[in-house]
Design a protein. Structure first.
Length: 130
């Protein structure tokens, strides 16, 4: 009898842990989506309607990004190819919602952010090498 109770309790705990992990992954994608949408709204002056539509596009992109990561672990080339295809698809979907000018502003902003991050990394590496 004790064995059955222990078994049932352990199964319930495992289901709870699995459900928590799935919810955490979805929450992470939703959190990134919120952050990206907030930045995009500031940079591109999105309307409320554009924000609603872009939220679903960005969320789908983030979920697909996680799926690609799981599917292509350890294979940089496959991951890079999947990212390229995903980004192109997202760009085409975004162009149905935002103008080319708004998208260009976003791309420019993201390039500037990437460059600033690279400069910070280089500065930190140079500082640690001294």
């Amino acid at each position: 009898m004790k064995t059955k109770i222990t078994y049932v309790l352990s199964c319930i705990m495992m289901l709870g842990i699995f459900a928590t992990k799935v919810n955490a992954q979805e929450s992470a994608a939703e959190a990134r989506t919120t952050k990206i949408l907030s930045e995009m709204t500031k940079v591109c002056n999105l309307t409320a309607d554009q924000q609603t539509k872009m939220q679903s596009i960005i969320l789908e992109n983030q979920k697909q990004k996680e799926a690609d990561w799981q599917a292509h672990k350890g294979d940089k080339d496959a991951l890079k190819a999947a990212a390229k295809a995903r980004n192109e698809k997202t760009k085409q979907e975004a162009l149905t919602v935002v103008s080319q000018d708004q998208l260009d502003k976003w791309v420019t902003y993201k390039k500037q952010q990437r460059q600033a991050m690279m400069q910070k990394r280089e500065a930190a590496e140079n500082h640690s090498n001294q």
